[in-house]
Design a protein around this ligand. Structure first.
Ligand code: ADP
Ligand code: MG
Length: 607
């Protein structure tokens, strides 16, 4: 039998390797910017189109390349950064594998323009699927520009695998932010489809953080500084009260390289123990300096993981340094986390007279209780069809609208009901209300969420949420990514009752907020919370955008479990609940109401 093993042609080998290095546009962005940083640039421009799918371009004012290097940089394992195996243990540069450009050139159309300061002419090279299609000397500014066009043009499977432009953009912004944070002295700009998303002049780390995340971060940061024989640690951590519900603002850099490390993260979070609201994530931007010989960055080709020789010591140092900073800035004693800071406090249930009859269509055959199960495994009975006689549904028109039982409805609307019992509250959590055939138990928070959700959906449909004018319109400046998100959602956010419009770079002016969210928080906080929550359940659920927005707002705005309610509040809540299209289904699909019949009770008492 003849020999069967053959060496793969370079182009094929590069394509295979490319899969590891370049997973999506954001990975190419990372590699190109890292190369610019390694080239000593202090000015780096990033330009992308269509979420990086049609263009990623990085322009730097770094050292540039000679003609020969310009040609060679696209070959595999071509690198100027290490020469021998021992160099691997002293890596200070971002790149070292000499794989990135070869990989990118294998799966895209690449145009390289580069000139060293000392050369009179620069070099232009065009390369497609690893083949050089053009090479010319050209008059160019000193530095390097690499444009990567049509990523994965020759691997349709990979190209189809890419997500929507906004999703790919999100990844690029993440990658960009990491690099910009790690190198605050470098001037960065970032354009996407002709919009300038970031414009970051060289500055201090603190200024960079504020520049990226927004001016309000100025008061949120606490410095951390610790020098030991094992590591040096420096950076900033966020005050606990500003902790977010997502991990988006947590950054560790080891020798200026972003790493994702659950172990180090744990050390920080541990230091915050007992002073963080539950399920919230503090901001941190921390830099660890360590002797490169003590770490192995070679673990993963995308290099966000690192192995350390002194893991435990590093953990202890980080934890105590963060603790000390929190203590030094006297953060711990001033906070009271029993205080709920959510939207719940802003809600003042409206007095009964103010209720506008819900203008919804009601399906009289709809019986939400068909599948309802009570907590104890017992089958809960269907609500009697005449439940409405037991509540004076907020006002006269309501029953007509609901279109139920003409005769009874007239009775209940016209006659006072001497026998009617007031609802009452159990453990500030459940509302008990007597009905004809027994009683019902309502989960107040789930009920209010349902009510608000339907109300907000309705408003989004009609595009006219009731809005409450702010006395003092506020401007809110956001980071580029959040600004983009709000811009995309703007029409819907306005429909919910936010009076908000764009007002300069990354800034909105908020002139009114939904009437349901009165008092308590500032416009900025309202908006930030909405964004946070929106991002949160974006990850968890796949719902149409609009419904998701209504859900976020409803979740925030609803009265929480544990809130005492007056009898009027409860009566109103019950009325509004039964005016809902799906009163018995919570936003997460669980029952809102349990029914207990007299018959069931007497059976339980074994009468
Ligand atoms: P690595 O960064 O691991 O060395 P790359 O494939 O990313 O591998 O780059 C190969 C080589 O091309 C680098 O070692 C460097 O010499 C050169 N190079 C790449 N980008 C630039 C740039 N923007 N400016 C100057 N030289 C560059
Ligand atoms: Mg590189």
């Amino acid at each position: 039998m003849s020999d069967v093993i053959q060496l793969l042609p370079d182009a094929v080998a590069n394509q295979i390797a490319a899969g590891e290095v370049v997973q999506r546009p954001a990975s190419a962005v990372k590699e190109l910017i890292e190369n610019a940083i390694d080239a000593g640039a202090d000015k780096i421009r990033l330009i992308v189109r269509d979420g990086g799918k049609s263009l990623i371009q990085v322009i730097d004012n770094g050292c540039g390349m000679s003609v020969t290097d310009a040609r060679r940089c696209f070959e595999r394992h071509a690198t100027s950064k290490i020469r021998k195996a021992e160099d691997l243990f002293a890596i200070r540069s971002m790149g070292f594998r000499g794989e990135a450009l070869a990989s990118i050139a294998a799966i895209a159309h690449v145009e390289l323009k580069t000139r060293r300061v000392e050369d009179e002419l620069g070099t232009l090279i065009e390369i497609e699927g690893s083949n050089v299609v053009r090479q010319e000397p050209e008059a160019l500014p000193a530095g390097t520009s690499i444009a990567v066009k049509n990523l994965f043009y020759n691997i349709p499977a990979r190209r189809n695998f890419l997500k929507s432009n906004p999703v790919e953009m999100r990844h690029i912004v993440d990658e960009f932010q990491r690099l910009a944070l790690a190198h605050p002295r470098i001037f960065f700009t970032f354009h996407s489809d002709d919009n300038e998303l970031f414009h970051l002049p060289g500055e201090s780390l603190k200024q960079r953080i504020v520049h990226i995340f927004g001016n309000s971060y100025n008061q949120r940061l606490v410095p951390v500084e610790e020098e030991t024989t094992i590591i040096n640690l420096r950076g900033f951590i966020g005050k606990p009260e500003y902790a977010k519900k997502t991990r988006g603002e947590q950054f560790f850099f080891v020798n200026n390289r972003f790493v994702k490390d659950p172990y180090l993260n744990h050390a920080v979070v541990k230091a915050y123990e007992d002073i963080l609201p539950p399920e919230s994530y503090p901001l941190y931007v921390l830099f660890i300096e360590i002797d490169p010989a003590k770490i192995d960055i070679n673990v993963h080709p995308t290099k966000t993981e690192i192995k350390y020789a002194d893991e435990r010591a590093i953990y202890a140092i980080i934890q105590s340094a963060v603790k000390r900073s929190l203590g030094r800035y006297n953060i711990t004693p001033t906070l009271d986390f029993n205080q709920e800071t959510g939207f719940s406090q802003m809600i003042r249930p409206k007095p009964l007279e103010e209720i506008t009859p819900p203008s919804i269509t009601f399906n009289p055959d709809f019986n939400p209780f068909e599948n309802g199960k009570s907590g104890g495994g017992r089958q809960s009975s269907p609500i009697p069809q005449n439940w409405d006689t037991l509540y004076q549904i907020s006002q006269k028109e309501a029953p007509t609208q609901l279109g139920l039982h003409r005769d009874e409805e007239e009775l209940s609307a016209e006659q006072p009901q001497p026998g009617k019992k007031q609802p009452f509250q159990l453990h500030n959590r459940y509302i008990v209300s007597q009905i004809h055939s027994g009683f019902i138990l309502i989960d107040q928070q789930a009920a209010h969420e349902r009510i608000l959700f339907e109300q907000f959906c309705q408003q989004l449909e009609n595009r006219k949420g009731a809005s409450q004018q702010s006395l003092f319109p506020q401007t809110v400046t956001l980071n580029a990514a959040d600004f983009q998100l709000i811009s995309d959602l703007l029409p819907d956010i306005q429909a919910l009752g936010f009076q908000i419009r764009e007002f300069g770079k990354h800034t909105f002016v908020v002139e009114g907020i939904p009437a349901d969210l009165t008092s308590g928080m500032s416009e900025r906080q309202v908006l930030e919370q909405l964004l946070e929550d929106y991002k949160n359940n974006q990850a968890a659920l796949k719902l149409p955008k609009r419904e998701k927005l209504a859900r976020s707002l409803a979740r925030h705005a609803a009265i929480k479990s544990g809130t005492p309610l007056s009898t009027d509040d409860m009566a109103e809540l019950i009325d509004r609940l039964f005016a809902c299209e799906m009163p018995n289904v919570s936003l997460s699909g669980k029952p809102v109401i349990l029914t207990f019949t007299l018959q069931e009770l007497s059976e339980r008492f074994e009468r």
